[in-house]
Design a protein around this ligand. Sequence first.
Ligand code: NDP
Length: 322
Amino acid sequence: MKKRALGSSGIELPELTLGTWLTFSTSNQELANGLVEAVFDAGINAFDTADVYGMGDGERALAIALSGYPRDSYFLASKVFFPMSDAPEDRGLSKKHIFKSIDNSLSRLNTDYLDLYQCHRFDSDIPLEETIEAMGVLISSGKIRAWGTSVWAPQQLQQAQKVAQALGVPGPVSEQPRYNILCPEPEREVFPVCEALGLGVLTWSPLAQGFLTGKYSEQTSQPKASRASHPKPQGVFLQNALGNPEAFKKVEALKEIARGIGVSLPALAIAWCLRRREVTTVLIGASGIDQLKENLQAVSVDWSEGLERAISKVTAGPLLEL
Ligand code: NDP
């Protein structure tokens, strides 16, 4: 598995990182263990999770799955921001919540440190100075190696770097945006700003939460064992795509392109994310080992000008309202 630099942080990551949202839980520990084993076999040793995934259960399942591997053999990223209880102080990017959340994450993940701690969203209720100072304390105390952001606007990233410089604290090293063929927006502003600031980019939902596998239908009911059929569907994006005839048209055109070069649509969609040099690593998700193996084929797709042209025709025009 090829590696790419995480901006100017000095950290290198494999092109693909295993994500754990909705797919890692201690109630299906066998799946978590199997996914971790399969990615290590493929040369992937980077994992992304968050405190809020399964309200801590995603981190617990990941820790169990990683328990047989030395801590320095893998890269571990988690996140903080979303509410962890109904208590008003148990959310956001205040110092109080960050300090509590990191200790809980480290305990659930059974480790002394995270390689990357990400602010899951921007918190407009807390001064940026307070959040960045908290990150500085975590770095000095050895609880995290570096910190990053997720779904922060370009101006917020620029501001974060300025504030960090003024405080003499390490600034963010990465941003984590949603990025897939149906959502190419980060190419407009987020990627150029990240490149200018020396930030690495970890992209999420490369398959639009499964929509870009082509397994969903506009006409019939959705496959039973799928994210769309979950009794409590999560992921507004997938729900919006399922209600959007334009999105289905695009998927049909993409299926043809994938067929034309003899690869699966998921592999093509992930390879599309990897074609940009600003992308450090693509966070992949899988609900089964077969899905994972299909998705890993992405790294073997030979990107070409012909492919770029064909897919640009599909993505051209106004962005979908998703
Ligand atoms: P994807 O868009 O790749 O969706 C993954 C899901 O698609 C799978 O769980 C599975 O769902 C379906 N799928 C995947 N591969 C196949 C296949 N080959 N054939 C058929 N179905 C397939 O990624 P995620 O949305 O899971 O996001 C990846 C990671 O990104 C997360 O785990 C998380 O770490 C991160 N993330 C970060 C966010 C943030 O706010 N920072 C937000 C969201 C994700 P099923 O079988 O159930 O239909």
